[in-house]
Design a protein. Structure first.
Length: 452
C-alpha cells in the first residue's frame, strides 16, 4: 500500500507514522505518542495494528512499557519524503511540536547524576529532532533549550567535550547575531561553557582556545556586573585554572594569583560555609601540590582540609569526594609510608562515595580507581601491588569505554599499569609492563602531534 493510500484511508494512522519518522529508530513509548496525538488509547492501538499489519511498524515490550518502532530506516526515509511532498509547513509544525514535547521530558543533567538515567532514554530522540529541525528551517529560538540540554548531556554524561562544544557553539553564534557584544549574560555564559569544555579536552592548543573564550566571558561580565560580583569571581577562577593546566612555575603562580583574587571577591560576597569558596580553597591547595616540595605540599594541605570541612558541613557528596581525593593525592606526594597510608584512606573514602553516586563508567569514578590503585603501588609489597593493579586495570577499562580515541587519561592508566607489572618482577611481568608503557607512549605521541 502506498503512503498516499494510507493518508487518504487512515489519516490518523498516517499522522502517527509521521511522528515516528522524526524520532529515533530505537522506538518511542506508547504513552508519549498518546500524549502528542491527544487520542484515546483504544483508538491509538487500532492505528498501531493497522501500521503493524502493513509491516511499517513493530510493537515491542520493554520492561513494563510498550515501545513503538518504525520497522526499517527505509520506511522512515520514505515517510519523510512523502511528508515533504505533501506540505513543508506541516513538516515544520510537526517538528516544532516534537521539540516542545521532548524538551519537556528531557531532564537537564547539569551536575545532577540522579537525572542521567532518565535523560539517557530521550537523548537520541532529542538529537534526531534537532537535526531534522535544521532541515525544516525551523526558527532557531524554538530549538535553543533542547540544544543546550544536548550539549550538557554530552559534557556531563558522555564526556564528549567536542560534541558539547559543537552544540553550544551553535547557541553562541545565534546569541552573537541577536545581541550586541559585551552586554549580554547569555553570551558570557556560553563563552564560559565552551571555554571549560576546551579545558577538558586538554593539550596546549585546546587550553589556549579555552583561555580565549574564558577571557571574553570575563570581559563581558566586567562590563555588565558591578565589582565583587559572583560571575566575575567565577570567570577569574576559571582563567586561573587554565593557567594551572598549562603548567610550569610561571603559569602556576599566575593561576594562583587569579584564584586568590577570585577567592577574596567570593569571601566579600558569601559568608559561612559556601560551595564556591570551598571549590576555590581546594583548587588553591592543588596549585601548591603542583608546585611541589614539602613546604608547598603542607601549605596545600591546609587549604584542602579547610575546603573539606566546609564541604562536610554542606553535605554535597560529589564535592566531598573531590576534596577527599585531592587530600589523598597530596599525602601521596609527601611520601613516606605513614603519609601514603593516610592518602590511601582519603582516596578510598572518595572512591566509596563515587561508587554510590555515579553510574558505571564515569570519569570521576575512573579517577578514584586510578588514584587508589597507584597509592597501593607506592605502599610496595607484592600483595599491595596486586591490589593496586586490579584497581588500575578497572580504571583503564572504564576509561576506554568513556573516552573516544587517544586520551591522556587512558595513557596515564596504561603507564601506571606498566609500572605495576614491572614492580611485580619476573620476566613475564616486566614484558607486560613494557608493553603497557609502549601503548601509553603511542597515545602521548598522537596527542602531542594533535595538540601542538
Amino acid at each position: 500500500m502506498l503512503f498516499k493510500d494510507i493518508r487518504e484511508k487512515f489519516p490518523e494512522s498516517w499522522q502517527l507514522l509521521k511522528y515516528l519518522a522524526y524520532l529515533d529508530l530505537e522506538g518511542v513509548p506508547v504513552g508519549f505518542i498518546k500524549k502528542i496525538m491527544d487520542i484515546k488509547r483504544e483508538a491509538l492501538e487500532n492505528h498501531f495494528q493497522k501500521l503493524e499489519a502493513l509491516s511499517l511498524v513493530n510493537i515491542v515490550t520493554e520492561g513494563n512499557q510498550k515501545i513503538l518502532k518504525i520497522s526499517h530506516l527505509i520506511i522512515q526515509d520514505e515517510t519523510k519524503k512523502a511528508l515533504l511532498e505533501e506540505d513543508r509547513t506541516q513538516t515544520s509544525k510537526l517538528v516544532e511540536k516534537l521539540i516542545h514535547e521532548v524538551d519537556h521530558i528531557l531532564l537537564n543533567v547539569d551536575d545532577s547524576p540522579a537525572n542521567w538515567e532518565k535523560a539517557k532514554k530521550w537523548i537520541h530522540h532529542a538529537e534526531v529532532i534537532v537535526t531534522e529541525a535544521k532541515k525544516s528551517n525551523l526558527s532557531f529560538s524554538e530549538q535553543e533549550e533542547l540544544i543546550s540540554k544536548i550539549g550538557s548531556y554530552n559534557y556531563e554524561v558522555k564526556n564528549n567535550y567536542q560534541e558539547a562544544i559543537n552544540y553550544w557553539q551553535q547557541l553562541l553564534d545565534n546569541q552573537k547575531n541577536i545581541n550586541p557584544p559585551g552586554n549580554n549574560a547569555n553570551v558570557a555564559s556560553l563563552y564560559n561553557k565552551i571555554g571549560w569544555a576546551y579545558r577538558r579536552l586538554e593539550g596546549e592548543k585546546n587550553l589556549k582556545k579555552a583561555l580565549s573564550y574564558l577571557e571574553q566571558a570575563l570581559e563581558i561580565n566586567q562590563a555588565i556586573f558591578p565589582p565583587n560580583y559572583a560571575e566575575i569571581a567565577s570567570a577569574l577562577n576559571r582563567i586561573g585554572s587554565i593557567y594551572v593546566a598549562l603548567g610550569g612555575e610561571a603559569h602556576l603562580r599566575k593561576g594562583f594569583n587569579y584564584k586568590q583574587e577570585a577567592l577574596k571577591m567570593r569571601q566579600a560576597i558569601f559568608s559561612g560555609n559556601d560551595a564556591v569558596i570551598a571549590n576555590a580553597l581546594n583548587s588553591m591547595g592543588h596549585i601548591y601540590e603542583l608546585l611541589g616540595g614539602e613546604e608547598n605540599l603542607n601549605k596545600g594541605l591546609k587549604y584542602e582540609k579547610k575546603a573539606l570541612r566546609m564541604r562536610e558541613a554542606l553535605l554535597n557528596e560529589k564535592h566531598l569526594a573531590i576534596s577527599l581525593n585531592r587530600i589523598g593525592s597530596t599525602y601521596l606526594e609527601l611520601g613516606g609510608a605513614e603519609n601514603i597510608q593516610k592518602g590511601l584512606s582519603y582516596s578510598e573514602d572518595a572512591l566509596r562515595i563515587r561508587e554510590k553516586i555515579f553510574p558505571d563508567n564515569h570519569s570521576d569514578l575512573a579517577i578514584s580507581l586510578d588514584q587508589v590503585g597507584w597509592t597501593y603501588i607506592q605502599l610496595q609489597g607484592k600483595e599491595n601491588i596486586q591490589k593496586g593493579l586490579n584497581s588500575l586495570e578497572e580504571a583503564l577499562e572504564m576509561r576506554k569505554i568513556i573516552f573516544v580515541g587517544a586520551h591522556p587519561d587512558v595513557a596515564t592508566s596504561l603507564n601506571h599499569i606498566g609500572n605495576a607489572y614491572i614492580k611485580l618482577g619476573g620476566k613475564e611481568n616486566i614484558l607486560k609492563g613494557l608493553q603497557s608503557q609502549e601503548e601509553a607512549l603511542k597515545i602521548r605521541r598522537i596527542l602531542f602531534l594533535v595538540t601542538t
